[in-house]
Design a protein around this ligand. Structure first.
Ligand code: SF4
Length: 470
């Protein structure tokens, strides 16, 4: 029987992609996806337990869903990291759920729903013999100009604060030929940009005879129809020279890397079991910028880790000021059960950790704003992804350096790579306008006249193939 289902997603791109796969599997079996839990007959909550806040948000959502269930008899399921971590124990907090699946079992989503209706509560947390579940999504719509592609799952690093190796298991890489086949299929269905996903893509196929990550990038770079390649996430200790050299060499590889540093203090980095020093990290940044001076660098960092004193925090601030990241995801440390750091004494009072976070975020905000404002007047290439979240008639796209640009546009622009003049830089986005109006002016047709400065920029871009300025 066809049902209406709704998926609520917490967490990282891996989870977003897992939700996409579940939606595809259910839709391909005749079920209909809706985006309001009140309308759905089945609600699936795809969870994240990396930070306490995500876990708290999940339990508060479950309170709301419980009320919907008691009114409408909705089937409720939990998938993802909290499901895997808590297993049947999750019933202590949310006894009213009907099924729960670990991240390796999302391929069985329809069976779980069916069994919970016909036989009662259904749980599955098996590891499938270690084989990753990869599901290609063949049917793309015009909305899907970009797609995630899983290339590996799990992590072997055991950073002392991180729950991922306990819920996603050890690293297992997917065969390169399957990945390439999937990307070819995506290109044929109109996808222009792929983001290769893994907890630590730098160690893809480590210890196997299959190709390594730089070779995989080179192979994908040759696929016709794909215009842009991105990847996430990279671990600084595994960022090889060969991978750094791919930037600038592979024309489809976008000039952006997300490279979490977590702390600027070597003492804290050691306690986090990160496997590099602050100096090592700075060296990698220098290598990347020597290779591609305008590469955008974003990162994650944690404040208030056990043992972090004022000097340690200052070292983190020093790193932020020196590197000048394009963006930063920063958090107060939250202890996660089962991790190595769980037993460490919380030496930084919460108030102090929050005040450090504010100092850090204010500094980063000013850096990001400065960088975005420096782009005003430049011409960059963006891939139009769809309507802007700002509403109205605005459309949105991203630069190769992963910055969001909102601009006036029309539906037919979706999926196109266009040159845009940046009019205004804000803290979280840029405002632009398509350059084609000015191009008409250059050709002597109607349109606005391009200011001299920008014409130079545009010509420089054409001549040197440079995609980004500022
Ligand atoms: S590299 Fe560290 S932080 Fe990243 S997933 Fe693995 S254990 Fe977690």
């Amino acid at each position: 029987m066809a049902m209406k289902f709704c998926i609520e997603t917490f967490g990282c791109q891996m989870n977003e992609h897992d939700s996409e796969k579940m939606a595809y599997l259910l839709a391909s079996r005749g079920h209909e996806q809706v985006f309001d839990a009140e309308e759905a007959e089945v609600v699936i909550v795809n969870t994240c337990c990396v930070r306490k806040k995500a876990e708290e948000k999940f339990y508060s959502l479950m309170g709301r869903l419980k009320r919907i269930k008691s009114k409408k008899g909705t089937i409720l399921g939990v998938t993802g990291c909290i499901a895997q971590l808590e297993k049947e124990g999750i019933l202590n907090r949310v006894p009213f759920i009907d099924f729960s699946l670990g991240p390796s079992n999302i391929g069985k989503i329809e069976t779980a729903i069916k069994n919970s209706i016909e036989k009662g509560k259904h749980f599955d947390f098996s590891e499938n013999g270690g084989a990753p579940i990869y599901i290609s999504i063949p049917d793309r719509t015009e909305r899907d100009v970009k797609a995630y592609v899983s290339i590996m799952k799990g992590c072997n690093n055991f950073c002392s604060y991180c729950i991922v190796p306990y819920v996603r298991g050890r690293e297992v890489s997917r065969r390169s030929e399957d990945i390439i086949k999937e990307v070819r299929g995506l290109a044929e269905s109109g996808v222009k940009e792929v983001t290769l996903l893994g907890q630590n893509v730098n160690s893809y196929n480590k210890g196997t005879s299959d190709m390594g990550f730089p070779e995989l990038l080179k192979a994908i770079n040759k696929i016709e129809g794909i215009e842009r390649i991105r990847f996430v996430t990279s671990h600084p200790k595994d960022l090889s020279d060969a991978l750094i050299n791919c930037f600038g060499d592979l024309e489809k590889l976008c000039e952006h890397i997300h490279l979490p540093f977590q702390s600027g203090s070597d003492k804290i980095l050691e306690s986090m079991n990160r496997g590099y020093t602050s100096e090592d990290y700075r060296r990698k940044i220098d290598l990347l910028r020597n290779r591609v001076p305008h590469i955008a660098i974003t990162a994650d960092c944690i404040v208030g880790f056990p043992g972090e004193d004022e000097q340690d925090f200052e070292k983190t601030m020093e790193l932020i000021r020196d590197v000048e990241f394009d963006g930063l995801f920063s958090f107060v440390y939250s202890p996660r059960k089962y991790t190595l750091a769980w037993s460490l004494e919380m030496t930084v009072p919460r108030e102090e950790a929050l005040s450090r976070l504010k100092v850090l975020q204010d500094t980063q905000k000013a850096i990001t704003l400065k960088k975005n404002r420096a782009m005003e007047g430049s011409v960059v290439q963006i891939l139009i992804e769809g309507k802007s979240k700002n509403g109205g008639e605005e459309y949105t796209g991203r630069t190769r350096t992963n910055k969001i640009v909102n601009l006036p546009g029309e539906r037919g622009m979706i999926g196109n790579l266009i040159d845009v003049e940046i009019l205004k830089g804000y803290a979280n986005s840029l405002k632009g306008r398509p350059v084609y109006q000015q191009m008409e002016a250059i050709d002597g047709k109607k349109g606005e006249v391009l200011p001299e400065k920008n014409m130079e920029v545009l010509h420089a871009q054409r001549n040197e193939g440079c995609r980004h300025h500022g």
